[in-house]
Design a protein around this ligand. Structure first.
Ligand SMILES: [Zn+2]
Length: 226
């Protein structure tokens, strides 16, 4: 509804200057303090996406990652051809676009999947997926010619995603597999492991990151061209 949209948009505090902002359309908003546009046919969840962007910025700062700029986050319906039926979302580096299923459809999808450890039945989980994709964008932002392997991409994205979850939500996942230890060394962080079990990979990555005496330095080392 148009009136509803205007109220929500106003509450998010739009930036109204610069080339990027001038291109805002009726179905877009821009969160405060960054150049990330959110696009959706419904304004319902705009404010939560801006929350996720803020959470991501906080984590990136602590981890020494750049905040991605001039990026679009597209919230899509469950039937959208832009997202595969078995994914929550993805980042397209060429188009500088994150495509993510909107909260309602994502929720219904996850309830159908009993084996999904990361059941997306709440806003914090949904928002954490936005942060996951923002982490992929942040890594791309920081690597021009020599980008890290997919395994490192997913390691950082998983750490970012876990880090922004409220404690009770993070525990819900970690407690499900109390015997799943951290990666013991860098050679275990592989694309093969990720492909075999992305959820285990995420848990082991987060635990591994937590064990680092200087997490920021570790990420800098892993993200540097070798
Ligand atoms: Zn990922």
């Amino acid at each position: 509804m148009r009136t509803h949209y205007i109220n929500i948009a106003a509450s998010i505090t739009l930036l109204m200057f610069g080339m990027w902002s001038k291109s805002l359309r009726a179905d877009q908003v821009q969160c405060t303090s960054n150049e990330i546009l959110i696009e959706s046919s419904s304004s319902e969840n705009f404010i939560y996406v801006c929350d996720a962007v803020k959470d991501a910025a906080h984590f990136f700062q602590s981890a020494g990652l750049p905040m991605p700029s001039k990026l679009v986050i597209l919230l899509e319906n469950e039937t959208s051809p832009l997202v595969h039926s078995n994914e929550i979302g993805h980042y397209n580096a060429r188009l500088r676009t994150i495509v993510i299923k909107n909260y309602g459809p994502t929720t219904s999808q996850s309830k159908e999947s009993e084996t999904n450890l990361w059941s997306i039945d709440s806003l914090p989980f949904w928002k954490s997926y936005i942060v996951h994709e923002l982490a992929h964008a942040a890594i791309h932002e920081g690597c021009d010619q020599a980008c890290p392997s997919r395994a490192i991409h997913e390691y950082v994205a998983a750490v970012a995603q876990f880090s922004v979850l409220p404690e009770q939500y993070r525990s819900r996942i970690l407690d499900t597999h109390p015997n799943l230890d951290a990666f013991e060394n860098d050679s275990e962080i592989t694309e093969l492991y990720y492909a075999l079990n992305p959820h285990y990979f995420a848990i082991k990555s987060y635990k591994h990151y937590q064990q680092q005496t200087n997490p920021k330095a570790y990420l800098k080392m892993r993200l540097s061209p070798r």
